[in-house]
Design a protein around this ligand. Structure first.
Ligand code: SF4
Length: 349
């Protein structure tokens, strides 16, 4: 069944594949043209925890500005962080730069082909290594993202909840993957999950492989993959202080080089572990100014929800390491989304 499954899915992919800026047309692969490993790697890093729609403009601007991995290696890290601002999960941007440096210096600007060597590079885990190895180099490996996980769990009606089911899903995916066209097959599985085998209400009657699908046979696709019970996200609290000068500049500083949002820019904030109201009051500000309340901001991180009380002050003086960012400059700063929200709450967007 595996050979027939792969051939059916690939025939569907040849006709219905998504056109995405980092992909090459499968017809070109038949003529021996392979996708550029740099573009495959860059897109896969950007797509981690992020939607295709959000990634597209970032991908386009990155490859325009840094067309090769050597160009990215030669870039200034602050410029890369600024270009990444708004995409979230900022450790990816720092690892992206470190990985480009290693590929340029150790591998002469050419990405390695095997999962084992790719995984030694910064920011490249099991999934990304498999995706680059299969899509860019045609190696036979199991490429399992969230979409593929869902498709395979349904094809086999896997009753074990995630994440315990992951090893079985990986094995079954490898069994399904053909030796020829393994990269196209991986992308076909992703496309099937993204366009037809959706989390809610999958379009099973349109699915090219429904005759192979156990969940379709039992009409219970939405039960798979089985999820573990949900855990509540803890709430953390803090305060942020938006100092605005007479000409509209905002006082910013750089976050420490380690930890959450490391190396990004921010308005001064307290630590995010306040337990009492006093710790989020104007007295917690890092310098004296006529602070007035300007609302609150909520932001959801992967492991917690942050509630920030926002204060604003008109002042020309601020103390501590930092700089004044003028209205012309602020869009180009490496500000994560939570800080953009804090500034918008204080001065409007
Ligand atoms: Fe997914 Fe339905 Fe296709 Fe099965 S038949 S793989 S559940 S879309």
């Amino acid at each position: 069944m595996n050979h027939e499954f792969a051939q059916t899915l690939l025939a569907w992919y040849d006709r219905h594949h998504r056109r995405l800026p980092w992909r090459t047309d499968p017809a070109m692969h038949e003529r021996g043209h392979r996708p550029d490993p740099y573009r495959v790697w860059l897109s896969e890093i950007m797509l981690q925890q992020t939607t295709v729609q959000a990634v597209k403009p970032y991908f386009e601007s990155f490859v325009q500005r840094w067309p090769t991995v050597n160009d990215l290696a030669a870039a200034d890290e602050d410029d890369v962080l600024k270009a990444w601002a708004g995409l979230g999960y900022y450790s990816r941007a720092r690892n992206l730069k470190r990985c480009a440096d290693r590929v340029a210096s150790t591998f002469d600007g050419r990405f390695p082909e095997t999962i084992e060597v790719l995984k030694q590079l910064p920011g490249i885990g099991d999934y990304t290594a498999a995706a680059v190895s299969a899509i860019a180099f045609g190696r036979h490996c199991a490429v399992v993202d969230g979409n593929v996980e869902r498709v395979v769990a349904r094809l086999h009606r896997i009753a074990t909840p995630l994440p315990s089911a992951k090893p079985a899903i990986r094995r079954l995916t490898l069994d399904l993957t053909p030796v020829e066209r393994s990269g196209d097959f991986a992308q076909a599985m992703m496309d099937l999950g993204a366009t037809i085998c959706s989390p809610k209400r999958p379009a099973c009657t349109l699915c090219p492989v429904n005759t192979h699908c156990l969940a379709f046979g039992q009409s219970d696709a939405e039960l798979y993959p089985v999820k573990p019970p949900k855990r509540e996200r803890p709430v953390r609290r803090g305060a942020a202080f938006v100092a605005v000068s007479g000409d509209g500049a905002v006082f910013l500083r750089k976050r420490p080089g380690k930890g959450l949002l490391a190396g990004m820019s921010e308005v001064p904030t307290t630590a995010w572990n306040a337990r009492q109201d006093g710790e989020t009051g104007p007295d917690a500000a890092p310098f004296d100014a006529p602070w007035t309340p300007a609302g609150t901001v909520r932001h959801v991180f992967t492991h917690f929800e942050l509630h920030l009380v926002i204060y604003r002050a008109e002042t020309g003086e601020a103390s501590g390491d930092g700089w004044w960012s003028t209205p012309d400059e602020i869009d180009g700063e490496a500000l994560p989304t939570v800080m953009k929200k804090a500034i918008a709450a204080a001065i409007g967007s």
